[in-house]
Write a protein that binds this ligand. Structure first.
Ligand code: GAR
Length: 204
């Protein structure tokens, strides 16, 4: 059974979707540990409620990434728990090469847009401001670029005339909660092959 580590900075609804899917026995995996760079992340409480080990590790002095020694600490803790797949679930820091090399092709992320459109922060606002008619959610492997790794699954969300950033993000999140557990299931069942930029999963 695959052991997952989840990194989350915020409210943790994607973490909850993963916990629930595992609880329904849809994914042959278990969550070994939940880590957060934010002491107040509700994700930590969700982990506690689900009786999953969780830990806040202070990110250090930078805003957008972890200090080198802190990143090493994250890796050590994940390895100690036997984590084989790292799932970023609203983890708002960019991971550097040393971290990614510790888990080659085993770090995945959920992004609130139909990549490659709108990488970066608050992508639902970017989509609304740009005026696109649809956006979506993407699960992808993490590489050194920002939100740029090979795409595993995507879902489309239509933008409505009366959408606000909040309503649009809400509908994107509904899709996230479906495709993130699905992508983890594909990996846990070893159904995924990476060929260059393409991720092949046979017929879904
Ligand atoms: C999600 O919408 C996720 O896609 C986004 O943060 C939110 C976290 O929600 N991630 C990013 O923007 C990363 N670039 P959650 O804490 O409820 O799972």
């Amino acid at each position: 059974m695959l052991t997952i580590g989840v990194l989350a900075s915020g409210k943790g609804t994607n973490l909850q979707a993963i916990i629930d899917a595992i609880g329904r026995k849809e994914i042959p995996a278990k969550i070994g540990i939940v880590l957060s760079d934010n002491r107040d992340a509700y994700a930590l409480i969700r982990a506690e409620k689900a009786k999953i080990k969780s830990l806040y590790i202070s990110p250090g002095k930078f805003k957008t990434y972890l200090e080198k020694k802190v990143e090493k600490n994250y890796v050590q803790v994940l390895k100690k728990e036997g984590v084989e797949l790292v799932c970023l679930a609203g983890f708002m820091r960019v991971l550097k090469r040393d971290f990614l090399n510790a888990f080659p092709e085993k770090v995945i992320n959920i992004h609130p847009a139909f990549l490659p459109s709108f990488p970066g922060l608050e992508s639902w606002k970017q989509a609304l401001n740009y005026g696109v008619k649809f956006t979506g959610a993407t699960v992808h492997f993490v590489e050194e670029g920002v939100d740029s790794g090979p795409i595993i699954l995507q879902a489309v969300v239509l933008v409505k005339d009366d959408d606000t950033p909040e309503t649009l993000h809400q509908r994107i999140q509904e899709k996230e909660h479906i495709i993130y557990p699905q992508a983890i299931k594909l990996i846990a069942e070893r159904r995924i092959k990476i060929k260059g930029r393409r991720v092949l999963a046979g017929d879904l």
